[in-house]
Design a binder for this molecule. Structure first.
Ligand SMILES: *[C@@H]1O[C@H](CO)[C@@H](O)[C@H](O)[C@H]1NC(C)=O
Ligand SMILES: *[C@@H]1O[C@H](CO)[C@@H](O)[C@H](O)[C@H]1NC(C)=O
Ligand SMILES: *[C@@H]1O[C@H](CO)[C@@H](O)[C@H](O)[C@H]1NC(C)=O
Ligand SMILES: *[C@@H]1O[C@H](CO)[C@@H](O)[C@H](O)[C@H]1NC(C)=O
Ligand SMILES: *[C@@H]1O[C@H](CO)[C@@H](O)[C@H](O)[C@H]1NC(C)=O
Ligand SMILES: *[C@@H]1O[C@H](CO)[C@@H](O)[C@H](O)[C@H]1NC(C)=O
Ligand SMILES: *[C@@H]1O[C@H](CO)[C@@H](O)[C@H](O)[C@H]1NC(C)=O
Length: 657
């Protein structure tokens, strides 16, 4: 596949007529250049592809004003025929990290963490009041990922075989060091984790018993910050991907799930036994959808051992099945209205009720704009950042508990952030993908109370076809509306399609505050601001936001506040002072980790910072869920000690090796 060509990226050798501005982390423009490859084709890695799509033309009759009637409380929401979600947290939208790239993204060891990664995570913690939710897993957790007690040079993981296909994955040996790395990330930025175990049929009764050992260590080291161990990744595709024999189906899955979890739970291997998440079905395979798994009794049988129920979903794909190629330009408009977010979530509304009824959380464990790597110019566009925000809020309204955006390697277009190619790590920084900004908007939309319920109050498309471009949500805390999220998907920077939305907030309120997610066009890749701040262009980010934070004050007259919603943009309206402060980084927030080795995108975090960081010694102690020991206390350096510890857990040393 052409987009996998492992050429060293030549940043300036880009598509024709593409004008690029290089600017550094402090946002000062340093160079502008226009260049084209001889054939006008970009040949570098997907994650840095400068392809820009043509934005859809604005509708011919602009809508320029709208009056929003905001239900005064939860009962008024119901009375108007709408529904409020369960309480949501500010970390609702998080990240799904492919196991095979966990080291290049997060760090090479527990003592060498990637500073930009920490900064990207700290931005969320500071807005959500809780750390980000991160899943480590994916295709590469499957089949032949093997847990080992140590690797050469203390590595987090080794890739044994790297193949060419975008979803083909290497064999992976991962070590204890990976869990220590995750634990140390938690002590700095409060991350909570899902971890993916191998679900290889031979692992269940294999003599190595490797999976139970990995499960035990993950729980011992991560303690309460391990949300669940995921068993199986997209089992509905196993036959298709030759991971199981033809004819293998839901009943086989249910019994393998049982065998695997029972082997992990045997001999009191785990302290917390409601430890698992599944089935992570993804792809509307007839006869193997979540409904089929639930109908097969899987949920009732496993209810005591499940922490949550998961699905995975991408609205479209770039898999080039049977030579069928989707042109991103042809489908760009399909992402740029509210119908898309609704259509993605609607099929799960029955499932979320069933899962909540069983008192389990419902998790979108992996999602993004398009599977098989996403699309050039689309997956990394501002338009898709609008869409991802809409889709995330729609999932929150639909009673998902968490949604995780997938992060792949440099051969995909959809990453929220990508480190520079290792050959250029000394001269370049990270590349922020447009959808990273969605996590900031969602974090601030819900804020720090953990009590934010959301309702989709979008105007009806039956009243006006243009309403699909203007989704609206309201957030309620303590039975009062506290924030409103207003979208404008239309690409028109002339102002002709700006929407003046009037919100009646009651005469007691004289002004409201607004923060905007903005770019000049839905096609823009990098020049994007959230509340006036940006993470900059490709190869220029250390994970910190640069520029003055800008919060706009709108004066209201007789309780009516007129909010300009620029085309294109998202306006997050804070109805109270308290809701603004509940979404903002504290003045003394420990937000940022300075990159001490400039330009490498990686640096050793100094021990002082670790010792004084929030969480260390208070959160790591495994008080409610999981281990009674923090990672630091369990740090083991010799394999003989591993034998002792595992021996206490009823597992013999020789099984580890
Ligand atoms: C399962 O694991 C075994 C042993 O590591 C490996 O040989 C086999 O290929 C794996 N099966 C699948 C379907 O990945
Ligand atoms: C990694 O896994 C392979 C099997 O896939 C095994 O042969 C090898 O010994 C492992 N390496 C280490 C360092 O454990
Ligand atoms: C709106 O989005 C839906 C769902 O993706 C799509 O089918 C439809 O074509 C879009 N409408 C317009 C006018 O682009
Ligand atoms: C979400 O859950 C709440 C609380 O149970 C319920 O009232 C609401 O109807 C649910 N929303 C949807 C879309 O199912
Ligand atoms: C929100 O929930 C987290 C646990 O996920 C908890 O640590 C935190 O204290 C809660 N915040 C508030 C304001 O209750
Ligand atoms: C970024 O976009 C803004 C308007 O959206 C524009 O004024 C500014 O010049 C752009 N900056 C760069 C570096 O292109
Ligand atoms: C975390 O990093 C610190 C500082 O480098 C190191 O001393 C400690 O062993 C690490 N913790 C774990 C659990 O590995």
């Amino acid at each position: 596949m052409t987009y996998l060509t492992p050429l060293i990226l030549s940043f300036l050798s880009t598509i024709s007529a593409q004008s690029l501005t290089l600017y550094t982390g402090d946002n000062t423009a340093t160079a502008t250049s226009t260049a084209s490859a001889p054939d006008g084709t970009y040949t570098g890695l997907a994650a840095y592809d400068p392809t820009v799509l043509t934005p859809p033309t604005p509708p011919s009759t602009p809508v320029t004003s709208y009056t929003l009637t905001l239900p005064a409380n939860g009962q008024a929401v119901l009375d108007s025929g709408l529904s409020l979600s369960i309480p949501q947290k500010g970390n609702f939208l998080g990240f799904s990290v492919e196991l095979s790239i966990a080291n290049s993204l997060m760090g090479s060891s527990s003592t060498n963490m990637k500073v930009p990664f920490l900064n990207y995570m700290a931005n969320i913690q500071n807005r959500a009041g809780v750390g980000p939710v991160i899943r480590v897993g994916g295709n590469s957790q499957e089949g032949s990922s093997i847990f080992v007690d140590g690797l050469a040079d203390g590595a987090v993981l080794d890739k044994i075989k790297v193949s060419e296909g975008v979803t083909d994955t290497p064999l992976i040996n991962y070590s204890l060091e990976l869990f220590y790395l995750m634990s140390n990330i938690t002590s700095l930025v409060g991350a909570d984790w899902y971890f993916g175990l191998s679900f290889n049929e031979s692992a269940v009764d294999s003599p190595t018993g490797n999976v139970p050992i990995a499960a035990k260590w993950a729980q011992d080291i991560l303690g309460e910050h391990l949300l669940a161990l995921s068993v199986g990744n997209e089992p509905d595709l196993y036959v298709d991907h030759s991971k199981r024999q033809p004819g293998w189906g839901v009943s086989n899955y249910v019994s393998e799930f049982d065998a695997m979890t029972q082997s992990i739970l045997a001999d009191n291997n785990l302290i917390d036994t409601s430890a698992f998440i599944g089935p992570s079905t993804c792809c509307q395979v007839v006869g193997f959808e979540l409904d089929d798994v639930l109908n097969a009794g899987w949920l009732t049988e496993n209810v005591d051992n499940l922490a949550a129920v998961s699905v995975q979903h991408y609205p479209t794909n770039n898999c080039k099945i049977n030579g069928k190629v989707i042109e991103p330009q042809d489908i760009f408009a399909e992402f740029l209205n509210h119908t898309s977010a609704q259509a993605q979530v609607q099929p799960y509304l029955g499932n979320s009720q069933t899962v909540l009824g069983a008192q389990k959380e419902f998790i979108m464990l992996e999602t993004n704009s398009a599977s098989c790597g996403g699309f050039a110019g689309l997956s990394d566009s501002f338009g898709v950042a609008l869409w991802m925000t809409d889709y995330a809020l729609q999932m929150a309204w639909g009673n998902f508990t968490t949604a995780l955006m997938h992060v792949g390697g440099q051969n995909v277009y959809y990453n929220p952030f990508t480190p520079p190619p290792s050959t250029e790590s000394s001269s370049k920084q990270w590349t922020t993908g447009s959808i990273y900004y969605s996590t900031l908007v969602v974090a601030e939309a819900f804020g720090k109370t953990n009590q934010s319920k959301i309702v989709d109050i979008s105007p009806s498309a039956e009243q006006d076809a243009n309403n699909i471009y203007h989704p609206m949500y309201a957030v309620y805390e303590n039975d009062q509306p506290t924030r409103v999220v207003l979208f404008n998907y239309i690409d028109d920077n002339t102002g002709a399609n700006d929407l003046q939305t009037t919100i009646n907030v009651g005469t007691a309120t004289s002004s409201v505050s607004v923060r905007y997610l903005r770019a000049a066009s839905v096609s823009e890749q990098y020049n994007i601001t959230w509340a006036g701040q940006t993470l900059g262009t490709s190869f220029a980010s250390d994970g910190r936001l640069y520029g003055e934070q800008s919060t706009v004050t709108i004066q209201c007259t007789d309780g009516n506040c007129v909010i300009p919603v620029y085309a294109p943009s998202i306006a997050l309206v804070f109805l109270t002072e308290e809701s603004l402060s509940n979404s903002s980084p504290a003045a003394d927030a420990k937000t940022e980790y300075e990159t001490s080795v400039v330009g490498t995108g990686s640096a050793t975090v100094d021990k002082q910072a670790l010792q004084t960081s929030n969480g260390q010694g208070t959160k790591g102690g495994g008080t409610s869920k999981g281990s009674a020991s923090s990672g630091a206390a369990l740090r083991i350096t010799s394999s003989s000690m591993i034998g002792v510890i595992l021996g206490l857990g009823g597992v013999v040393l020789s099984l580890v090796l």
